[in-house]
Ligand binder design. Structure first.
Ligand SMILES: Nc1ncnc2c1ncn2[C@@H]1O[C@H](COP(=O)(O)OP(=O)(O)O)[C@@H](O)[C@H]1O
Ligand SMILES: [Mg+2]
Length: 292
């Protein structure tokens, strides 16, 4: 295991993830202290990705639970395979089996249990509980219990406990506030947009082959966009996509025309695009060129 925050940063970098020192240290501490890690931040800032890269780096299976409104236990933790249970009952009846107690025990055994992510993560894993802000409060309450001692109680079967507790990463895009009780259990990091230097390093890792100059221009442009009052600011994912798009179009420098043509890669709302296209794009390109 990584001994320091710097080792953790190196482990992540080997998987193409460029973390700032605070994030790397928080990840390191979460691992060392066996605490869940809550990552909050705007969409596209690398919250989901860090779980993927960390799982690979640690050699752990990634188990991902994508949260949504109305998600229930049967989607999150476990469900009984009713069709197979019914089949087993029919077969028992056909065979003339009349021992109901025995039948009940056999159809409520692990053979008929379908593991969903939370139960699945009880074997050594990295459990990613993604976009927790989309789930509802009853689910958070259930999660709280689970995070306390990583065990799941199945009424028909008993309590299943993790021998090696999973590494747990929770993410939130902050469409609503995650409950205090969850926050207290976790170590916390706000994943911000990267600095220009870090974003250049991310492009080097994620859009290999891109020319140094174009990469610098893309980053300078995107960083300027993020200072504007737009409805949805471009995330790191958008910078990477833009780099790929411009490479695809064989462009090696930004021009106002190129920006106008490709704005749909960066901005996903018409009001934002209308605001930037034309004069504003030209102004930003001029600033970027003057600064480089
Ligand atoms: N620090 C980073 N290092 C490398 N790639 C990153 C980083 N941050 C974001 N990315 C890239 O941006 C994309 C979007 O990140 P993602 O984790 O899906 O964002 P979020 O979950 O915060 O919405 C990822 O596919 C990844 O390629
Ligand atoms: Mg995500």
């Amino acid at each position: 295991m990584a001994e320091t925050g710097a080792d953790t940063a190196a482990l992540l970098a080997r998987g193409g993830y460029i973390a700032d020192p605070e994030l790397a240290t928080t990840v390191h501490l979460a691992l060392a202290m066996h605490r869940p890690l809550l990552l909050e931040g705007e969409p596209g800032t690398g919250k989901t990705e860090i779980a993927r890269v960390l799982a690979t780096g640690l050699g752990r299976r990634l188990v991902r639970l994508q949260c949504y409104d109305g998600m229930d236990l049967s989607a999150a933790a476990y469900a009984w395979d009713h069709a197979r249970q019914l089949m087993a009952i029919r077969l028992a009846e056909a065979a003339g089996d009349r021992d109901r107690g025995e039948l009940t025990r056999s159809i409520f055994s692990r053979d008929f249990l379908e593991r969903r992510p939370l139960l699945d993560a009880i074997d050594p894993a990295l459990l990613l509980i993604d976009e927790l802000d989309r789930a509802d409060e009853p689910f958070e309450a259930y999660l709280l219990e689970l995070l306390a001692d990583f065990q799941i109680t199945i009424p028909e079967l008993g309590t299943i406990r993790a021998t090696i507790p999973p590494v747990v990463i929770l993410t939130s895009n902050r469409t609503r506030e995650v409950h205090d009780a969850i926050r207290r259990r976790c170590l916390y990091h706000w994943v911000d947009y990267p600095s220009a230097t870090r974003e250049r390093a991310i492009l080097a890792a994620r859009a290999p082959g891109i020319a140094e100059r174009l990469s610098a221009e893309i980053v300078a442009f995107v960083q300027r966009l993020r200072r504007l009052d737009l409805y949805k600011l471009p995330g790191v994912a958008e910078s990477i996509d833009w780099a790929a798009a411009l490479t695809h179009l064989d462009r090696d420098t930004l021009t106002p025309e190129t920006v106008d043509e490709t704005l749909g890669v960066l901005l996903k709302y018409q009001d934002d695009i209308a605001r930037i296209r034309g004069a504003e794009a030209a102004r930003l390109v001029a600033e970027v060129q003057a600064a480089s």
